[in-house]
Design a protein around this ligand. Structure first.
Ligand code: ADP
Ligand code: MG
Length: 683
């Protein structure tokens, strides 16, 4: 097939290009440019127009100019540090070409005496004469020089000239791929082809034309391809036929009626969606997304109850030991003795671990809690029916797919994420999963009051803290995050600890990036048990832990954080019934823009709204957890600018799914755009 040959060319190694050897290929590889296709996204930033030539008499000093000159004399001083000089002229005047560190032979070759040569470079003026120092654009063939030369952001060791040369070469040899989109889709982009779009994309005069047909078509290709891969994964998972879970809703009802609160509408809705998945014969692969404190845990635990009542085992995986223990204790309290529950901890003794492993194997444990350790190879379940994973927004598509395979055919998967993100991003990151969203917070919850304070007013803050401690409350004190240096981070936390410990002797604990895991858990446990009043830390406190008694969070240097991150930090308080406060501290007075930003935070507690605003203000790369989400970064597509394209792609994918359309025509597209392993068994 012709297309196959074509995409093989695009996916081939860079050394296939003329003028690219192992050295340049190696440098580009370091920038994650591995194939010819990858280089297509190396775009010019701007260009220098060397097409218009001038005469020496008209030269403008300090500007890049192009002239035709004739060399008439060499001046090679043969003294160290003195440059080689070639004296040149045209009808109107004289100009010297100056060379530092160039061989005479080379100079003679590029500037032969008596020949007309085109040269371009920045014009200098020295001792009453024009000169060009170390000129790079020299040729007897004026057409090579007299064009627009693209400027690229440079990789170390690769010059502009090399980029121009290799990218020009790729564009010249660009294959005409068969169209993969239908007419209706193409109409949105005035029917421009992929080939023409790439050509337009690389024209320097098109830099920044994000709203043009060629740009949108290419951005759409990217989005569509990634959604299509998701869709295929989802279909594949759905094709797995599992044993239906069957249970009576009586137990669920009993448990819910015994709770100290009633479930919110969104919690009930999520629960219904999950139960529907459980009783169907299709494997569940679902994300439960909800802001911090929206009450995901109880939903997960009720689902677990139903699965256990159908005779299956359930595994609950938390990111840390302390969180696993907290969930474990909650479940034990909730389910009393009717269900066998255990915690697999790295601290358990060898004998205890052995017993747990054995019990899991023979279905004597119904419900196991732990960290990722519960998915070690040596752990066998007799009858695993559900895996619940808490706070794992850092899983990529590949890892998620592996996870879904791991539990076996009959095992459903429920992922929980506390990162509210805009819808375009949810589609992009979690498109392979079904999604339940909890937007509404429990009604009893008091909103966290948010204040701003200048650093110079720290005495007021201390006064406030003293009062709160007298009322038996606890305080998180988050120290400045200084991106450039982890060391400074850590020093500022230590300094703050010393300062506070002076005022509140023996009542302050300290956590920072260098505290080891075991010590960290000990400190958190002690804080949980009210041994300390204040916990000073960098931003490392776990998201999911419930500290019902901590109701104040103080965040220093708050302007260093994005809105979503501030919201996430703020979510560490306000989980109990007390009034909670968040104090944002600043080194200097706020600008108008900063004030506006913070107003959003003060006005709403809705994480989804905040992340939407945050994305508009800072771009999607900065949204919390996005970079670590394992999501491939788009080359052109932007979830803010191209929201319409995301929606169009979503609609088209749904249509393809509903019509059960053959997707083999998208093979080239997926091969090129999603070179991830996940597609190997799809296309
Ligand atoms: P998250 O969604 O961040 O994991 P949790 O599940 O830890 O939140 O819930 C936070 C707190 O809210 C817990 O103490 C939980 O008992 C409580 N909670 C959960 N659902 C409700 C509800 N419907 N009404 C009142 N409190 C609730
Ligand atoms: Mg949680």
């Amino acid at each position: 097939m012709n297309n196959e040959k074509n995409y093989n060319y695009l996916l081939s190694d860079l050394t296939k290009l003329r003028g690219v050897g192992n050295k340049i290929a190696g440098l580009l590889k370091r920038k994650k440019i591995n194939t010819i296709f990858d280089l297509l996204w190396k775009l010019p930033k701007s260009y220098i127009d060397r097409s218009i030539s001038s005469h020496i008499i008209d030269l403008k000093i300090g500007e890049i100019q192009t002239i035709n000159i004739v060399p008439y004399k060499y001046n090679f001083p043969r003294i160290r540090n003195l440059p080689n000089r070639v004296l040149c002229k045209d009808k109107t005047g004289k100009l010297d070409c100056i060379f530092f560190n160039s061989y005479e032979g080379y100079i003679k070759k590029i500037l032969p005496i008596g020949k007309e040569i085109t040269i371009s470079g920045k014009i200098g003026f020295y001792k009453n004469k024009y000169q060009i120092t170390n000129p790079k654009y020299i040729s007897e063939d004026s057409s090579i020089i007299k064009t627009k030369h693209n400027q690229y952001s440079l990789t170390e060791g690769i010059t502009e000239k090399i980029y121009n040369k290799i990218i020009k070469q790729i564009i010249k040899d660009l294959p005409k791929l068969d169209e993969w989109h239908n007419k209706k889709i193409l109409k949105n982009f005035n029917y421009i082809s992929w080939y023409d779009s790439i050509n337009e994309l690389h024209k320097p005069e098109n830099v920044g034309k994000y709203k043009s047909d060629f740009y949108e078509r290419l951005a759409f290709d990217e989005i569509f391809s990634s959604f299509l891969v998701h869709s295929e994964i989802r279909k594949k998972i759905k094709r797995i036929k599992k044993k239906r879970k069957s249970f009576h809703f009586e137990d669920q009802k009993k448990l819910v009626s015994n709770l100290k609160f009633s479930l919110t509408k969104d919690q009930n809705k999520a629960l219904k969606e999950i139960n529907q998945d459980l009783i169907s014969n299709q494997k569940m692969f679902r994300l439960l997304q909800g802001d911090v404190g929206s009450g995901k845990t109880i939903v997960a635990l009720i689902s677990a109850l139903n699965v256990i009542n159908s005779g299956f085992q359930v595994a609950f995986m938390a990111p840390t030991e302390i969180l696993a223990r907290q969930h474990f204790l909650l479940a034990k309290d909730l389910f009393k003795t009717s269900i066998k529950i255990d915690l697999l901890s790295s601290k358990s003794e060898y004998k205890e671990k052995k017993r747990i492993l054995n019990d899991l194997k023979y279905n004597k444990i119904n419900f196991i809690f732990g960290t990722h350790s519960i998915f070690q190879k040596k752990i066998q379940f007799e009858n695993l029916g559900l895996i619940i994973i808490d706070e794992q927004h850092k899983f990529g598509v590949n890892q998620r797919k592996k996870l879904s395979d791991k539990g076996g055919v009959n095992c459903d998967v429920l992922l929980m994420s506390a990162t509210p993100i805009p819808r375009t991003l949810t589609m992009t990151i979690y498109g392979d999963m079904d999604i339940s969203i909890i937007k509404e917070k429990p009604k009893s919850r008091k909103e966290v009051k948010t204040y701003t304070k200048l650093d110079s007013k720290i005495d007021d803050v201390i006064k406030f803290v003293k009062k709160e401690i007298r009322n038996d409350n606890q305080i998180f004190w988050v120290c400045p995050l200084i991106e450039e240096s982890k060391k400074i981070d850590h020093a500022s936390a230590i300094n703050k600890f010393k300062y506070l410990n002076n005022i509140f002797p023996n009542k302050v604990a300290l956590l920072h990036g260098k505290t080891d895991q075991e010590e960290k858990e000990l400190i958190l446990n002690n804080f949980l048990n009210k041994k300390y009043d204040i916990l000073v830390s960098t931003t490392i406190i776990e998201v999911g832990i419930d500290f019902p008694n901590a109701n104040i969070i103080i965040i220093e240097n708050a302007n260093k954080f994005g809105l979503s991150q501030l919201h996430q930090l703020r979510g560490r308080v306000g989980r109990g019934n007390k009034q909670s406060n968040c104090i944002l501290m600043f080194k200097s007075s706020l600008t108008e823009i900063a004030k506006k930003r913070l107003q959003i935070l003060k006005n709403t507690n809705d994480g989804f709204k905040i992340s939407e605003e945050d994305m508009k203000l800072r771009g999607y790369g900065d949204i919390l957890g996005f970079k670590q989400s394992g999501l491939k970064t788009f080359k052109l597509a932007d979830p803010i600018l191209n929201q319409n394209l995301f929606n169009l792609a979503e609609k088209e994918i749904k249509r393809i799914e509903n019509d059960n359309e053959d997707i083999s025509k998208f093979k080239t597209l997926m091969k090129l755009y999603d070179q991830a392993d996940v597609i190997n068994d799809i296309v």
